[in-house]
Write a protein that binds this ligand. Structure first.
Ligand SMILES: NC(=O)CC(=O)C(=O)O
Length: 301
């Protein structure tokens, strides 16, 4: 991680709990665009500087769907990339709407195909207010679970896990990235937070079994352990499709206070991120300087 993170400044964040994610990819992309425009043109409060879409927003969520819906992105960190010329329809839309609205955009996640290997990934891309693609995160931990009588899901039937940790710098924060199941692995956030990330954004889609038990608990744990802001953006719940998302897009502050939480329908959640809470949490409960790396190893070293 680059050594000097930008100082955390106050900013406005919007999570789009997107609905109407069906089998028509063109419609899914068009609806996501409409909702980004809606979030950016907010009239009943401050406009967001960062907008977030949910996990798997251009495709139904399911291992059998990923090969059909996957798009080639072809982005490599550090190499020139023009999103306007991307093979991916979704990347072109995300870049253009970020530029049109002049906001930072975490473009949820989409199934991605890497041409050279044929591998498929669950991939989040991030855009600057100028429409540049500035970061890409491939879900590192694949969602393979089997809770008898409740839910069996195996992303690894068609997906490969990513192999890097990712973040991006804005003028108001260093922001760490992950996708959904990644939240169950605290090392990602510990490493990111020790590398200067003050805010973490994870597109996610928990379900009706794990959602009520773990969605808020895990985000609160990551936020409090690392004294960071933590937000996850879910699709809206749709009981007519195969995977029933929990919804409840959420933002938690470094003291573990829930700043905002959606219900389960389509909704845009707006939150102000206030650096004072971050500074007071770290000054009052100084765990960031009390760690005993003489007793246990530093996972970020
Ligand atoms: N969908 C996921 O990746 C994760 C999830 O639903 C869970 O961890 O529970």
């Amino acid at each position: 991680m680059a050594s000097s993170a930008p100082a955390l400044r106050s900013f406005n964040l919007a999570l789009i709990q997107l609905g109407q994610i069906g089998t028509d990819k063109t419609k899914n992309i068009a609806h996501a665009r409409e909702q980004v425009l809606k979030a950016a043109s907010r009239e009943d409060g401050p406009k967001p500087q960062l907008i977030v879409l949910p996990e798997c927003f251009n495709s139904p969520y399911g291992a059998t769907h990923f090969p059909t819906y996957a798009e080639t992105i072809g982005y490599k960190p550090g190499e020139p990339y023009d999103p306007a010329k991307s093979e991916s329809n979704t990347v072109r839309m995300l870049s253009s709407v970020a530029k049109e609205t002049g906001t930072w955009l975490v473009g949820g996640s989409i199934p991605e195909r890497e041409v050279s290997t044929g591998n498929l990934y669950n991939t989040a891309t991030v855009y600057s207010p100028q429409g540049e693609l500035v970061a890409l995160h491939r879900k590192v931990h694949l969602f393979d679970i089997d809770i008898p009588g409740k839910i069996t899901f195996k992303e690894s039937e068609t997906l490969t896990g990513g192999d890097s940790l990712n973040y991006f710098d804005t003028e108001f924060a260093r922001i760490g990235l992950g996708i959904c199941y990644d939240v169950r692995f605290p090392e990602l956030v510990a490493i990111g937070a020790r590398g200067g990330c003050q805010v973490f954004i994870y597109p996610g889609a928990f379900n009706m079994t794990t959602g009520p038990l773990h969605w808020q608990l895990l985000q609160t744990a990551r936020a409090v352990d690392n004294q960071v802001f933590f937000g996850m953006c879910s699709p809206a719940r749709d009981l007519s499709v195969g995977y029933h998302a929990w919804g409840h897009s959420l933002v938690v502050d470094p003291m573990g206070t829930v700043l905002a939480e959606a219900g389960h329908e389509e909704e845009i959640v707006h939150v102000r991120i206030d650096p004072q809470v971050f500074e007071e949490a770290r000054a009052g409960i100084p765990v960031t300087t009390q760690r005993r790396f003489d007793v246990y190893p530093d996972v970020s070293a």
